[in-house]
Design a protein around this ligand. Structure first.
Ligand code: NAG
Ligand code: NAG
Ligand code: NAG
Length: 559
C-alpha cells in the first residue's frame, strides 16, 4: 500500500478522473454556487476571523468534526442517514461549520480515489453498511470515493454549512500513534512532496465551493522524526501552495506533539508571502493529561493546564492570529469524571477567549474502526444510528459557545462583562440574578477595584449570608470580587460578617454565596458548581443594555 501512491502514472491519471467526473455528473454544483448574498470570504483581522464581503463582520467558527479518513475513506454515517439529512442536523444542533477530515491518499493514490464506495465497504466485509448506503444514499454507492467526498462537500455547501478540509493523515485509517507511518514529514506514508501536491490538488478541486472556508494542512504532527527545521520548511511550502491555488481559503496550521505545541512560534514566526489568511490550530482533551483531572485537585489541574496552553498556543492571539481549537470533546454519557472536570475548565477558558473551535465529533458510530464493525462513538453528538442527538443536555451546555460573545468590530470588544457558569452553560440573568440563557445575561462592569457594577448604574453585586442568593445594593466599596484558587474560577468576596464566601448555585439555579470549596489539595472534591468566569461580551440588541429600575428594586427588596 505504501508504495502504490508513488506510481507517477497513477499520479497523473487522477486529475483526469476528477475532471471527467466534474464535467459529467457535477455540473450543477458549479452553476448553483454563486448566490452572491451568501458569499463568504473569510480572513483574519488580528485574532478574529471576519467576513470580508460583509463589512468585515466577525464570523465565529462553531464546527463539528465529521470523520472521513478511516479505512473506508468515506464520510461516516452515510449508511445511517441521507447526506442532506445529516447536513441539516448539523445546523439544527447549532453548528455552523464542519471540519471534514480526509486521508491524503484519497487524492494522490488513484487506486483509492477511483474505487467505488461499494467496493471499499465490501473489501472490509461491511455488507451491512452497503445495504444501509443503498437505502439512505443510493446515488452515492457506486461513485468513486473521490466523488463521494465531493458530494458530501457539495451538500454541506448547498446547506450553507461552512467547511474546513482537514488532511488528517495519509493512509486511510484511525489516527494516531507515533509509529503509524503518518506522523511526520519523511515517515513511511508521508512523503513531503506528495503531500504538497496533494493538498494543492484539494485546494484546486474545491475552489468553486463558496462555503469551503479553510484548509487544515495536516493534523497532529508527531513521532520521532519531529523537528522544527523540517516543520518550518514544509509548513511554509504547503501554505504557499494552498494559497497560490486558492487564495480565498484560510490556511490552518497545526503544531508538534499531536497538535499540543506551537510554543516555538513565540520567537520564530512563519515566514509567508501572504497575510490575513493564517490561522493556527490546537487540540485539547481531558486525556491529554492522562487521569490528572480525577487524581489531582481540579483547581490545580485547570490552572496548570491553562498555563501550559497559554504558553503553547494562546499567546498567538496576542501575536494577532486566530486560534482554532480544532479538536476537543468528552464522553457524552457523562460517566467519565476525568472528562467532566476537564470540560468545565475548558468551557470557561474557551468562552473567556471566545475562541473558534471544532468539537470531536459528529459521528454516532463508525462503519469500521480499528477492526471493529459499527463501533459506537460516545464522543459523538449523534446517537448510534445518527437519527438524533446523543445527549441534548450536553448540546444545551455548549450552546452559548456556538454564538460569539464578542461581536466585531474589535474597537467595541470588552465593553461589557457577563458572568458565565460553565457547569450549567448558563449566565447570570438581568431579571433575577439567577442562572439563565447567556443571550439574556446581565451586563456588568468589572472595575480595577474588583467591583461588579450593574452596567450603567450605581448598583453592584453583593455577597450575602451563607446559602443566600446574592443581591444588588449600593455598598459597593465593601463588595469586591476576586477570582481566586489555582484555576482563578472561584469568585470570592467577604459578606457582611466578614466571612470569605464564593459564588455558588443552589438546586434552583439561584446564584448564592457559600464557603469556598476544593481550594486545598483534595482530589475527590468537584469545584464546578463554584466555577464562574467574568467574560467580555458585546451588548447585542435583543438584551436591554442596562437593568431596569423596577427590576432592580425588586431584587433589592427581595433580600
Ligand atoms: C447527558 O450528560 C449528562 C452530563 O452532562 C448526564 O448526566 C446524562 O446522564 C447524559 N444523558 C445521556 C442520555 O447520556
Ligand atoms: C477583555 O477586554 C478587555 C478590554 O478590551 C481586554 O483588555 C482584555 O484583554 C479582554 N480579555 C480577554 C480574555 O480577551
Ligand atoms: C451573619 O450575621 C447575621 C446577623 O447579622 C446572622 O443572621 C448570620 O447568621 C451570620 N452569618 C454567619 C454565617 O455567621
Amino acid at each position: 500500500m505504501g508504495g502504490a501512491f508513488r506510481s507517477s502514472l497513477l499520479f497523473l491519471l487522477l486529475p483526469l478522473l476528477l475532471i471527467l467526473h466534474a464535467t459529467t455528473t457535477h455540473h450543477h454544483h458549479h452553476t448553483n454556487n454563486d448566490t452572491p448574498a451568501a458569499d463568504l470570504k473569510l480572513s483574519a483581522n488580528s485574532r478574529w476571523i471576519v467576513d470580508d464581503r460583509n463589512g468585515g463582520e466577525r464570523v465565529k467558527l462553531s464546527c463539528v468534526n465529521w470523520v472521513s479518513h478511516l479505512d473506508v475513506a468515506v464520510a461516516e454515517g452515510l449508511s445511517k442517514q441521507p447526506v442532506d439529512a445529516i447536513s441539516k442536523k448539523i445546523l439544527d444542533m447549532g453548528f455552523n461549520c464542519v471540519r471534514l477530515t480526509y486521508p491524503l491518499f484519497l487524492f494522490t493514490d488513484e487506486k483509492i480515489g477511483s474505487m467505488t464506495m461499494r467496493e471499499s465497504l465490501r473489501k472490509l466485509g461491511l455488507s451491512g453498511s452497503v445495504a444501509g448506503v443503498q437505502v439512505n444514499n443510493p446515488s452515492l454507492v457506486d461513485l468513486p470515493l473521490v466523488n463521494v467526498f465531493q458530494e458530501v462537500v457539495s451538500n454541506l455547501n448547498e446547506n450553507n454549512v461552512m467547511i474546513i478540509l482537514d488532511n488528517h493523515l495519509s493512509k486511510p485509517g484511525w489516527c494516531c500513534n507515533d509509529d503509524d507511518g503518518n506522523g511526520f514529514f519523511g515517515d513511511l506514508y508521508f512523503d513531503p512532496e506528495i503531500w504538497v501536491e496533494g493538498i494543492g490538488r484539494v485546494a484546486s478541486l474545491f475552489k468553486g465551493y463558496k462555503n469551503v472556508v479553510g484548509m487544515s494542512l495536516r493534523n497532529e504532527l508527531r513521532g520521532r522524526r519531529q523537528n522544527l527545521k523540517t516543520w518550518y520548511k514544509y509548513m511554509e511550502k504547503g501554505a504557499e501552495r494552498v494559497h497560490a491555488v486558492n487564495p480565498s481559503v484560510l490556511v490552518i496550521i497545526s503544531g508538534l506533539n499531536y497538535d499540543l505545541d506551537l510554543s516555538f512560534l513565540q520567537t520564530n514566526p512563519l515566514s509567508l508571502s501572504f497575510s490575513g489568511k493564517l490561522v493556527f490550530e490546537i487540540h485539547w482533551y481531558g486525556f491529554s493529561d492522562g487521569n490528572d483531572w480525577v487524581t489531582s485537585n481540579a483547581n490545580d489541574v485547570c490552572g496548570r493546564v491553562i498555563d501550559r496552553v497559554t504558553n503553547n498556543a494562546l499567546f498567538l492571539l496576542d501575536q494577532g492570529y486566530p486560534l482554532f481549537v480544532s479538536e476537543w470533546g468528552v464522553d457524552q454519557r457523562g460517566t467519565n469524571d476525568n472528562d467532566n472536570r476537564y470540560l468545565n475548565c475548558f468551557l470557561g477558558w474557551a468562552a473567556e477567549h471566545d475562541l473558534d473551535w471544532a468539537l470531536w465529533t459528529l459521528v454516532g458510530s463508525y462503519y469500521y474502526r480499528e477492526g471493529v464493525i459499527g463501533m459506537e462513538e460516545f464522543y459523538g453528538v449523534l446517537n448510534w444510528d445518527w437519527s438524533e442527538p446523543r445527549n441534548s443536555s450536553f448540546l444545551k451546555k455548549i450552546s452559548p459557545l456556538q454564538s460569539p460573545f464578542q461581536a466585531l468590530v474589535p474597537s467595541n470588544t470588552g465593553e461589557d462583562k457577563i458572568i458565565f457558569h460553565p457547569a450549567t452553560g448558563l449566565c447570570m440573568q438581568s431579571h433575577s440574578l439567577s442562572l439563565g440563557p447567556c443571550s439574556d445575561a446581565l451586563a456588568l462592569d468589572y472595575t480595577p477595584e474588583n467591583i461588579l457594577h450593574v452596567k450603567g448604574t450605581n448598583y453592584c453585586i453583593q455577597a450575602n449570608n451563607m446559602h443566600m442568593p446574592v443581591r444588588v445594593g449600593i455598598a459597593c466599596d465593601s463588595s469586591k470580587w476576586e477570582a481566586i484558587s489555582a484555576s482563578k474560577m472561584h469568585l470570592s468576596s467577604r459578606n457582611e460578617n466578614g466571612t470569605i464566601v464564593c459564588l455558588d448555585i443552589d438546586s434552583k439555579n439561584n446564584i448564592v454565596t457559600n464557603i469556598c470549596k476544593c481550594l486545598s489539595k483534595e482530589y475527590s472534591c468537584d469545584p464546578s458548581s463554584q466555577w464562574f468566569k467574568v467574560i467580555n461580551s458585546t451588548s447585542f440588541s435583543i438584551a436591554p443594555p442596562i437593568i431596569q429600575r423596577p427590576v432592580l428594586e425588586g431584587l433589592i427588596s427581595n433580600n
